[in-house]
Ligand binder design. Structure first.
Ligand SMILES: Cc1cc2nc3c(=O)[nH]c(=O)nc-3n(C[C@H](O)[C@H](O)[C@H](O)COP(=O)(O)OP(=O)(O)OC[C@H]3O[C@@H](n4cnc5c(N)ncnc54)[C@H](O)[C@@H]3O)c2cc1C
Length: 391
């Protein structure tokens, strides 16, 4: 059997694969000889990525919209305004990202993106080489980066699921204030999930509205459509609108660490990354910027050692805070909106934005702890301690 011999295979060329490819492309001739194996046959405008922007945030030039004021509403119409001029909330359109990264990747002759690929079997290790068989040939490689999502059945111990469905709509009359995004517009508190709508206006007549649930159960797009339509009619009233794009997703929040770190059990030449293997921030699901940080570090590591890296683990303090927060939300979804209102009304916004973007100082972490009501959190801390002592 004939094998194409390369330095690196990247399985999956979505956000993580292409972000790494973009960083490798910049290395010119020093880039490892890399093949990207992607199952889709073309790229669609299948999602938008939002994050708080900082001066060094990658892909700032591709940002489609940014908002310097965002709002949180609780179900009693109480609201908090977040002024974020220095790190605006911004949105990147997937089709722009795909086009830009692909243009860079295809310019580097050492990088090769293969589309419409199906793996015939799982990669196997022979000596120091990995062998991979696909519907379009076989490969021998020194290292693998696997960005395929783990199946939902392997994520049984996920603390919470972030399930969402969104419509981009265009109305025939002005409806939205293009300068004001709603980060969370909470629905009535209930005992099953924390639900809110996300409203990102592009103009007075068009916006992305997304209904999101943080719940112990994952929900499908169809499960959430009623809630989304209800919330759209709240904003749009009787005005006519058309749906121009739909997106939906499911992000695990707080994967059991043994799953997130699955890649650690296999040789250092095989890394697992992506939204289901440690790239998503447990308490928020924010992933895009964490993938960018990983992609920069991983490209450097590949250049220096030839070996890939997994997503770096979060600090002990951040992991334990996210863990406790997710436990509180899972066990008390009805108080979810009040907890977020506490955070956004009591913590200074630059501090909170740094904390949410993994850039918090110790004081930022402490400000978040102090802002939250002690009772439900202490209960969870005691519960966690009890579990640890009984092991
Ligand atoms: C609709 C949506 C909106 C999101 N919005 C945000 C946001 O606003 N902010 C944020 O931070 N995060 C957001 N996320 C979460 C996260 O940033 C994205 O899911 C991101 O795309 C994750 O990158 P990834 O590389 O892990 O997965 P993907 O981008 O999904 O890439 C995985 C790739 O692997 C390929 N693949 C899968 N199986 C195989 C196989 N067997 N063989 C070969 N290839 C395979 C897929 O086709 C895909 O191209 C969003 C997610 C979704 C779904």
């Amino acid at each position: 059997m004939e094998f194409a011999d390369v330095d690196l295979i990247v399985i999956g060329a979505g956000c993580a694969g292409l972000s790494l490819g973009f960083n490798l492309a910049k290395m010119g001739n020093a880039a490892p000889r890399t093949v990207f194996l992607e199952q889709r046959s073309d790229y669609q405008n299948d999602r938008t990525w939002c994050f708080w922007g900082f001066p060094k945030t990658p892909f700032m030039e591709l940002v489609h919209n940014r908002w310097s004021t965002v709002k949180i509403n609780d179900s009693n119409k109480k609201s908090t305004l977040i002024h974020c001029e220095s790190s605006p909330y911004q949105l990147l359109v997937a089709s722009d990202f795909y086009e830009h990264t692909l243009a860079n990747i295809t310019q580097n002759k050492r990088l090769d993106l293969r589309m419409g690929i199906q793996l015939s079997s799982e990669p196997t290790l022979e000596g120091h080489d990995w062998l991979i068989h696909t519907n379009h040939g076989s490969f021998k490689t020194k290292a693998i980066i696997d960005t395929r999502p783990i199946s939902i059945n392997s994520m049984g111990n996920t603390k919470l699921w972030q399930s969402f469905v969104g419509y981009e709509i265009t109305c025939d009359q002005p409806v939205f204030d293009p300068n004001m995004a709603y980060l969370m517009d909470f629905c009535e508190p209930n005992d099953t999930f924390v639900g809110f709508t996300y409203v990102l206006p592009f103009s007075s007549k068009s916006a992305l509205l997304e209904f999101t649930s943080f719940g112990s159960q994952p929900y499908s797009k169809d499960d959430l459509l009623d809630q989304l339509e209800k919330t759209i009619s709240k904003y749009v009233g009787k005005r006519h609108f058309s749906v121009t794009r739909t997106e939906s997703g499911l992000i695990p929040m707080g994967l059991e660490s043994k799953i997130a770190a699955k890649g650690n059990k296999i040789p250092a030449s095989y890394a697992r990354v992506g939204v289901t293997t440690g790239s998503a921030r447990p308490a928020t699901g924010y992933t895009f910027q964490r993938i960018q940080i990983w992609a920069q570090k991983c490209a450097k590591e590949l250049q220096q050692t030839g070996l890939p890296i997994n997503h770096p683990p979060d600090s002990f303090l951040l992991s334990i805070m996210d863990d406790i927060f997710l436990n509180v939300l899972r066990n008390n979804p009805a108080i979810g909106s009040a907890l977020f209102m506490d955070l956004f009304s009591k913590v200074s916004h630059p501090r909170l934005i740094r904390f949410l973007s993994d850039q918090g100082s110790l004081l930022d972490h402490l400000a978040v702890i102090v802002a939250l009501p002690p009772a439900p959190f202490l209960k969870e801390v005691l519960q966690i301690l009890k579990q640890k002592l009984s092991r």
